[in-house]
Design a protein around this ligand. Structure first.
Ligand code: GLN
Length: 536
């Protein structure tokens, strides 16, 4: 592959996981973008799954879906929310995809005569996938985040690929930023740099001298600490960047700007600093976020509520839509397994809106159905997403149409009323990975509907991730009884949105609006949902 003049930045992590590599990478990308550079951003994941589509959200948080239908790591969601640019398949690479590609080539005979090895075959494949992102869009800079923590056995091939790229391209074309933790020990009242020193040593053992260190900390770093880290880790003092805990992840770019992470990176890459970053809209958003004029309580009903990351895109969509409405959204997480007919009014007490979350399988389904019914009967603004929409439909069938045994065939394959059923093309699918209806599809909106009013458009494209659908056979019955299909796929006629006219705001969507909400473009359905919850 011939390379244009793209420069590469790698972000690695040390000491512990969950330090926020994704947020630091997105923040740097945001700052460079705001200075007028075109930026690509990518995540390399060390696990052997081909993608996180088959992972339980408890394992790895939400599975994020791109427009082109890739099931990816949730960090891609941060990239899109920060950069306001769509990502795609190439932006997430896993060890599984790398090995599969290499083994496929081996079977094809591409390496005839050679022993296939981690170096060079696996590392070449990794490097190719990094450069592919650069090549496809001729970016000025590509930022590649390496999942996991340095020292993990799984990350080694990625670290080695980075070492090679740095060696091949030179340090003014290729930069390594290492993110570590500086813990505060309350007993001695001190910040400790030893874990950082060890983790840099680990990188050095793998042949990489990091260029910039970003230190996560709860307390301000003194000059002494910065100097100590610089000396022991072999970087100049301006390359020691403090990343202190802030109120919201959206403040991190501003903090990184203050710490000159972007300027330091540009200087090392021998790129012009150009203008001050254009962050007016971003700052306005943060101002609104931090200075809400009102507050609204919304219930999020799901079965993975113990783990915040499981509904990352939904919770962030509320942050965006809340700020847009100058309103703080207090999200009440409600476990669907704890909702029963008896308990529902207590669980949903004081809620001004109810969102029933996406999901798979039987567990917690009856609670979701009851919650949708509670919103319907009590005229509480309701947004049902994917399985949440299906639950609203099931509830309507059971309690309004009187089909008490109605269900989705996902939950009961023998139901008398299969009102949610497997799509025709899904019936012969055996493999679970990557075989759902995935990615963006068109949806035509009915004039006058809530959806039409929210979007202000006759047709939209939204992302999907599901196997089951509203069963067309029953559409007339539903419409006669008062539940309307207000969004239809123009190519297949599948029902994409249902609403109950006359209700304050009752919208169920088969797609996932949360994947496309960004800071700059909050999703219209979430914005409208909050507006209705505020009674406006
Ligand atoms: N389990 C449902 C289906 O496959 C809904 C999926 C979802 O909520 N993402 O259709």
């Amino acid at each position: 592959m011939t390379l244009s003049s793209t420069k590469f930045i790698f972000v690695t992590g040390g000491v512990t996981s969950s330090l926020g590599k994704g947020i630091v990478s997105s923040s740097l990308a945001k700052l460079l973008q705001a200075r007028g550079y075109s930026i690509g951003i990518q995540k390399l994941d060390p696990y052997i799954n081909i993608d996180p589509g088959t992972l339980n959200p408890y394992e790895h948080g939400e599975c994020y879906v791109t427009e082109d239908g890739a099931e990816t790591d949730l960090d891609l969601g941060h990239y899109e929310r920060f950069l306001n640019l769509p990502t795609s398949q190439e932006n997430n690479v896993t060890t599984g995809t790398v090995y599969q590609a290499v083994i496929d080539k081996e079977r094809r005979g591409d390496y005839l005569g050679k022993t296939v090895q981690v170096i060079p075959h696996i590392t070449d494949e990794i490097k190719w996938r990094i450069k592919l992102v650069a090549e496809k869009n001729k970016y000025d800079v590509v930022i590649t985040e390496i999942g996991g923590t340095v020292g993990d056995i799984e990350s080694l091939p990625y670290i080695e690929a980075v070492r090679q790229m740095k060696w091949e391209m030179g340090s003014s074309n290729c930069l390594v930023i290492h993110l570590t933790l500086v813990p505060f020990l309350p007993a001695s009242g001190e910040l400790k740099t030893k874990p950082t020193q060890h983790s840099v040593k680990e990188l050095l053992e793998n042949g990489i001298q990091p260029d910039i260190l970003v230190l996560r900390t709860q307390k301000v770093l003194t000059d002494d600490i910065r100097q100590k880290v610089a000396l022991f880790c072999n970087v100049d003092i301006t390359s020691v960047i403090e990343s202190i805990d802030v109120q919201t992840i959206y403040e991190v770019p501003l903090y990184m700007l203050k710490e000159k992470l972007d300027v330091t990176a540009l200087r090392k890459l021998k790129l012009a600093v150009r203008r001050e970053p254009a962050l007016k809209k971003w700052r306005e958003f943060i101002f609104k976020l931090k200075n809400p004029k009102k507050e609204v309580r919304i219930g999020l009903v799901g079965k993975y509520v113990e783990l915040q990351d499981a509904y990352k895109s939904i919770t962030e969509s509320f942050v965006h839509a809340g700020a847009m409405n100058e309103c703080k959204v207090e999200l009440v997480l409600i476990h669907s397994q704890q909702i029963t007919e008896k308990k529902v009014s207590e669980k949903c007490k004081d809620l001004k809106g109810i969102l029933v979350a996406p999901g798979f399988g039987k567990r917690g389904i009856e609670g979701k159905i009851i919650a949708a019914g509670y919103a319907r009967k009590n005229n509480i603004p309701f947004l049902g997403i994917c399985l949440g929409m299906q639950c609203a439909v099931i509830e309507y069938a059971r309690n309004v149409l009187g089909w008490t045994t109605a269900n989705s065939t996902e939950m009961n394959s023998k139901t008398d009323y299969p009102i949610i059923d497997l799509m025709e093309e899904q019936k012969n699918v055996v493999n679970k990975g990557g075989t759902m209806r995935l990615g963006a599809y068109s949806c035509r909106l009915k004039k006058g509907s809530n959806a039409y009013k929210a979007y202000g458009l006759p047709e939209v494209r939204e992302r999907h991730r599901h196997r089951y659908e509203f069963n067309d056979k029953y559409l007339r019955d539903f419409e006669k009884a008062g539940m309307k299909a207000t969004g239809i796929n123009p190519d297949t006629n599948l029902v994409e949105i249902v609403e109950i006219p006359g209700h304050k705001w009752f919208v169920g969507v088969q797609f996932h609006p949360e994947y496309s909400s960004t800071v700059i473009n909050p999703h219209p359905l979430f914005v409208q949902f909050i507006r209705k919850a505020l009674d406006e």
